[in-house]
Design a protein around this ligand. Structure first.
Ligand code: FAD
Ligand code: NAD
Length: 403
């Protein structure tokens, strides 16, 4: 055991960063380490609930809690600040609240929207990336519905969703619940509302069987959603999306335009780590990076390979894996401080559930396919478990999805 009190700095209080810190505070004593957590906001938001915030089925505060409510302030110092640069060779981090030095660094700065350089997307489309953007998406839809009374412009009650990945599909599921209520509030006939999802690939949700995917499509179509599959979006403008099929460009019109067609790691990663691609850095199996065995990179900013050799691919970026990485990084930090060998990370995939609103869903859990209410129930279990794992029973009671 080393008698030097190590300075551990954790950047980001999402699933990865909070999992690291809440475990470190259990396994390390005050004498072992001086732990500092830095995060942009004073609160943690449940990124996996943001589609609900964006659709308006929950208020953003329901999906957030103060970071200090889950950390042991006797052992961990929390600093609300924005990280602006990471200097690995000098072992220091710059923020808008000053500089911080470290012996051990954990980078867990999370995801951003990826627009793939599509013209106009940054300017004209809303995204579902953090609590502010999710609230902005909801406000945009609400503003346009309110405007319809005077404008009578069908574009005010038309919503375009770009991408039918998990985020897009879960968002559509929530819209089927919130938009009828919003239409009712503004005396708009729901039949007149147009919600269209535009997907580039020839099929959607390829990780599920055709039967499960068809179940989701049938359900959403029965609620009035229109899908345009095999239809790449090539631009966004003040009228909506421009799509291109068979070399022909078509304008799809709507005043509420939400881009859910991809994510990337935090752009700060490219600025601070050479070789970072789309905001992700390849890690070694122990979650540190080449040449720096005191720098852990975890969560959506990490590209952790699922094996070795040419066929190895990075694990998908999910909250499930981000939390497991956080736990693993904390164990390795403890071992490192104790002079023990750090272990390689392995992902324990418990499955995936895609919600379609509060009462429907599809998924594969422990290798078994589920759909309908059972899937929706399991999604609530997954969401509540995430809160429980970080904040324990009290947080699960106050924030979980069963009360
Ligand atoms: P994040 O959750 O992005 O956290 C990063 C933290 O860092 C944030 O608190 C942020 O404020 C902070 N931060 C960022 N930049 C700075 C800075 N410069 N300075 C200081 N702090 C900063 N995954 C699943 O496994 N299951 C799901 O059901 C699921 N549903 C999802 C639903 C939606 C709508 C979306 C968008 C994603 C979903 N995901 C799901 C994916 C999951 O949310 C991400 O993989 C997960 O959030 C990654 O966790 P993280 O801790 O790496 O990053
Ligand atoms: P994604 O990359 O998984 O899906 C994006 C979709 O947009 C794809 O279907 C893609 O073909 C489509 N697309 C890309 N470019 C397009 C274009 N120009 N025009 C039209 N369509 C286009 O992104 P996501 O859904 O935001 O998911 C991000 C990560 O978060 C993934 O790892 C996912 O597994 C995870 N996630 C998980 C859940 C869950 O487990 N329930 C929910 C949301 C997100």
């Amino acid at each position: 055991m080393s008698f030097e009190r190590k300075k551990i700095l954790v950047l980001g209080a999402g699933y990865a960063g909070l999992s690291t810190v809440t475990r470190l505070q259990k396994v390390l004593s005050f004498q072992d380490a001086d732990i500092t957590l830095i995060n942009k906001n004073e609160y943690h938001y449940e990124a996996t609930w943001l589609h609900q915030v964006a659709a308006g089925t929950i208020h953003w505060e329901e999906a957030a809690y103060p970071i200090t409510s889950v950390i042991n302030t006797q052992k961990v110092r929390f600093v609300p600040a924005e990280v602006t640069a990471i200097h690995r060779d000098e072992q220091r981090v710059e923020t808008n609240q000053g500089e911080f030095e470290y012996d051990i660094l954990v980078v867990a700065l999370g995801f951003e929207s990826e627009t793939f350089g599509i013209e106009g997307m940054d300017q004209y489309a809303e995204t579902i990336t953090n609590s502010e953007t999710a609230v902005a998406a909801r406000q945009e839809i609400e503003r346009n519905f309110a405007n319809y009374k005077t404008s009578n412009d069908p574009r005010d009650i038309s919503i375009l969703v770009g991408g039918a990945g998990f985020t897009g599909v879960e968002f559509l599921g929530e819209l089927t619940e919130s938009i009828p209520a919003l239409a009712n509030q503004y005396n708009i006939n729901y039949e007149d509302v147009k919600i269209t999802c535009v997907e580039a690939a020839p099929s959607m949700l390829p990780m599920f069987s055709d039967e499960l995917t068809q179940y989701a499509v049938d359900y959403l179509e029965s609620k009035g959603i229109e899908f345009k599959i095999g239809t790449p979006i090539v631009a966004a403008n003040e009228n909506g999306f421009v799509v291109k099929v068979n070399d022909e460009e078509t304008q799809l019109e709507a005043n509420s335009v939400i881009w859910t067609a991809g994510v990337r790691g935090n752009s700060l990663m490219e600025e601070s780590f050479e070789g970072a691609k789309r905001g992700r850095v390849v890690t070694k199996p122990d979650l540190t990076i080449e040449g720096y065995d005191n720098v852990f990179v975890i969560g959506d900013v990490a590209a952790v390979m699922n094996g070795e050799g040419e066929d190895a691919r990075p694990w998908p970026t999910t909250a499930q894996i981000a939390m497991q990485m956080g736990d693993h990084a904390a164990k390795n930090i403890k071992d490192k401080i104790n002079g023990e060998r750090m272990a390689g990370f392995s992902f324990d995939d418990k499955g995936t559930v895609c919600s379609l609103g509060s009462d429907e869903g599809i998924g594969v859990v422990f290798g078994r396919e589920v759909k309908g209410r059972r899937a929706a129930f399991l999604k609530r279990v997954v969401d509540t478990r995430a809160v429980f794992k970080i904040g324990g029973p009290f947080l699960a009671y106050s924030k979980g999805k069963f009360l």
